[in-house]
Design a protein around this ligand. Structure first.
Ligand SMILES: Nc1ncnc2c1ncn2[C@@H]1O[C@H](COP(=O)(O)OP(=O)(O)OP(=O)(O)O)[C@@H](O)[C@H]1O
Ligand SMILES: [Mg+2]
Length: 288
């Protein structure tokens, strides 16, 4: 069973008004369970509209969306999806409103109707999953740094123990160090829990290292999808869509064009550095 199965989905916002805007056009994709899938594309390409179909916030107008084997055309299915699909919006920390971190994280599990002991267990587990110390439970969310607040907001979603976690622009506004810490955390979380993660982002760099599968959107359609390595074999296409190409891809391509026999399918800066060092060492040995 797929985590998410989308068939020929089209969607028009404000349909039937002068503001009508077609956000999705004939989109089809499958998301496997237990994977990290990156959805990338420029502003307005339809990323948020697409993922809002995954937790039942939007109902398909045309085509179909099945989540964990159930059709979201059914209102009862949509109404219950919040329990299984955690959707984290951009700047989720703006939705922290309780007096303590504990109360904020406990909010979702309480709504699931769990008893106090179970709620507490969930809160502690979520905190651990997202790499926060227990000391912060009694603090006010407002007293925390931006990166910490965001982790608290995500802990609140994790405490519901969703099967699918959708993060819409999760690193927006974080400084580079916080961003990199956050992405590593998501990777570890996915590995330890086996949760399906859907990561929506403008930034191809965010998606490049993390995702097992990439979906590239362009003006409401899927332009490309595949393994990151295969997607980056088409840098011209990405640039044409208005996306940047990861810096390591750009550098290794340039070297290759200069006649240096470097692999051009590296992913991440570390792999690129290793590959370039490998070529250098080989040249030293052969005196080339
Ligand atoms: N509620 C709405 N009413 C009318 N048009 C909308 C609405 N929401 C989105 N749109 C339009 O639909 C298109 C797709 O928007 P969407 O938010 O899905 O894109 P996105 O890829 O998430 O963009 P961003 O990267 O800026 O978040 C855009 O042209 C947008 O202006
Ligand atoms: Mg968006």
């Amino acid at each position: 069973m797929w985590a998410v199965e989308v068939k020929s989905l089209s969607y028009i916002h404000s349909m039937g008004t002068p503001f009508a805007k077609q956000a999705l056009k004939d989109v089809s994709l499958n998301i496997a369970q237990g994977q990290i899938v990156g959805i990338i594309g420029p502003t307005g390409s339809g990323k948020s509209t697409l993922v809002q179909h995954f937790n039942g916030l939007l109902a398909p107008q045309k085509g179909s969306v099945n989540v964990l084997g159930r059709s979201t055309a059914d209102k009862a299915v949509r109404m219950n999806l919040w329990k299984e699909v955690g959707l984290v919006f951009q700047y989720p920390e703006q939705q922290l409103f309780e007096e303590t971190v504990y109360d904020d994280i406990a909010f979702g599990p309480k709504n699931l109707g769990l008893n106090e002991i179970e709620v507490k267990k969930r809160v502690i587990k979520a905190l651990d999953d997202i790499g926060l110390p227990e000391e912060i439970l009694s603090r006010s969310p407002q007293s925390l740094s931006g990166g910490m607040k965001r982790r608290v907001a995500i802990a609140g979603i994790l405490a519901m123990q969703p099967k699918i976690l959708v993060l819409d622009e999760p690193t927006a506004g974080l400084d580079p160090a916080a961003k990199s810490r956050f992405l590593n955390l998501i990777r570890k979380l996915q590995q330890s829990t086996g949760i399906t993660v859907i990561l929506v982002t403008h930034s191809i760099d965010d998606a490049a290292e993390l995702a097992h599968w990439l979906v590239v959107m362009d003006r409401g359609r899927i332009a490309l999808q595949g393994k990151p390595k295969d997607i980056f074999k088409q840098p011209e296409r990405l640039i044409q869509i208005g996306l940047n190409v990861p810096v390591e891809i750009e550098v290794t391509r340039k070297l290759f064009e200069m006649g240096i026999p470097v692999r051009t399918d590296v992913l991440g800066l570390n792999e690129a550095v290793e590959e370039i060092a490998r070529i250098r060492d080989r040249r030293k040995k052969t005196g080339g």
